[in-house]
Design a protein around this ligand. Structure first.
Ligand SMILES: Nc1ncnc2c1ncn2[C@@H]1O[C@H](COP(=O)(O)OP(=O)(O)OP(=O)(O)O)[C@@H](O)[C@H]1O
Length: 296
C-alpha cells in the first residue's frame, strides 16, 4: 500500500532540550495510525512538524510526498488538522464559524455539523460551547476540505462517552473511505479500537511500533482463572500470581500454549479450571510495561 506519511530520523530541540531524538515511522494510505506516549514524550511536536507549524532540526518528513516545511500551501489543500488548542472567534456562532471557513475552500463539505453531531448548536456562540463541543467543532472544520490526510491531536479529549463513540465511528468511516488518519490520544482503549498501527514515544524516542495486532501479540499475553480447589499456586505447571480480584494470572509469551498446558494439568488432576480466560496483552499493559522498562 502507498505511504501517506513518512517520518525519518526526526530531531527537534528546544534550546538545550532534545524533544525528538531521531523518530521514524510510516503511515500507509487510508490507515489509522496512533502516536502514543506519556505527557512530554514528543507527540505534539511531531504533529506540529508534520503539519508545518514547526521546523525540524534534523531528519525528514513527507506527507503525500510533500515536505511540510517547503510545500505547505499545496499540502494544506489535502490535509485537515485538529491541534490541541483551536483558535476560534468566540463571538461567532457555530454556523458562522463553519461558513467563514467554507469561503476559503473551493468544494467544501456541507454536512460537517451533522456528521459531528453539532446541528443543534448551529446558532450557539462558540464561547458558549462546552469543551467537548469545541473539540467537535474543531473536527468539523478539519473535515471541511475533504482532506486526504487528517491530523488529530487528542481528538476526543473532554468528550462525553456518547460523543466519543460517535467520533470513533466517524473516524472509522473516514478511514474506510480512504482518508489517512494520524491521531494522538491518552485513551489507550481508543487507540486499540481505532488504530491499525502505532508508534509509542518515550522521551523523544520510538520505543515500540508496528501493526497493533503484531505489536500486542509480540508482548505475549495472559491466562486467568479461578484458583483451583485445593491446589496451591506453586503446584501449577506455570509461574502464576493472584490478581487483586483473587484470580490466578499466568503472564506468558504464548497464552494459547499456556492454556493448553494448564488444561492438561487440570484434566490429569481432575480439577476444573473455572472462568478460564486467554488473551493477548492489552495496549494499556504494553504501555505501562514500556514505561516501567524506561525507568529501570
Ligand atoms: N515551545 C517549547 N519550548 C520548550 N520546550 C517545549 C516547547 N514545546 C514543547 N516542549 C517540551 O518538549 C517536550 C515534548 O513536548 P510535546 O508537547 O511534543 O509532548 P506531548 O507528547 O505532546 O505531550 P502531551 O501528552 O502532554 O501533550 C516536553 O518536555 C515539552 O516540555
Amino acid at each position: 500500500m502507498a505511504t501517506a506519511i513518512a517520518v525519518h530520523d526526526l530531531r527537534k530541540r528546544y534550546g538545550d532540550f532534545e524533544a525528538l531524538k531521531g523518530v521514524s515511522f510510516e503511515v500507509a494510505q487510508g490507515e489509522i495510525f496512533a502516536l502514543l506516549g506519556a505527557n512530554g514524550a514528543g507527540k505534539t511536536t511531531t504533529m506540529e512538524i508534520l503539519t508545518g507549524f514547526r521546523r525540524p532540526d534534523g531528519g525528514s518528513v513527507r506527507v503525500l510526498g510533500l515536505d511540510p516545511a517547503r510545500d505547505l500551501a499545496r499540502l494544506r489543500r489535502h490535509t485537515g488538522v485538529m491541534l490541541q488548542e483551536a483558535g476560534f472567534f468566540p463571538d461567532l456562532t457555530v454556523a458562522q464559524t463553519v461558513r467563514t471557513w467554507q469561503t476559503f475552500l473551493t468544494a467544501p463539505r456541507r454536512d460537517v455539523l451533522e456528521v459531528t453531531g453539532l446541528e443543534g448548536k448551529a446558532d450557539t456562540k462558540v464561547r458558549q460551547l462546552s469543551g467537548g463541543e469545541k473539540r467537535r467543532l474543531d473536527l468539523a472544520l478539519a473535515l471541511l476540505g475533504r482532506p486526504r490526510v487528517l491530523f488529530l491531536d487528542e481528538p476526543t479529549a473532554g468528550m462525553d462517552p456518547q460523543a466519543r463513540r460517535a467520533t470513533w465511528n466517524l473516524i472509522g468511516e473516514l478511514s474506510a473511505e480512504g482518508t489517512t488518519v494520524l491521531l494522538t490520544t491518552h485513551y489507550l482503549e481508543e487507540a486499540q479500537r481505532l488504530a491499525a498501527s502505532l508508534a509509542i514515544l518515550n522521551g523523544g524516542t520510538v520505543v515500540a511500533s508496528g501493526s497493533m495486532a503484531g505489536t500486542l501479540a509480540g508482548r505475549g499475553g495472559r491466562v486467568c482463572f479461578e484458583p483451583p480447589d485445593g491446589a496451591p499456586l506453586d503446584e501449577l505447571p506455570l509461574p502464576a500470581v493472584l490478581d487483586e480480584n483473587g484470580r490466578v494470572v499466568c503472564r506468558t509469551a504464548d497464552p494459547d500454549l499456556a492454556a493448553q498446558t494448564l488444561l492438561g494439568w487440570a484434566a490429569e488432576r481432575g480439577v476444573p479450571l473455572r472462568g478460564l480466560e486467554v488473551r493477548s496483552a492489552t495496549l494499556e499493559e504494553l504501555f505501562l510495561d514500556l514505561a516501567e522498562e524506561g525507568t529501570r
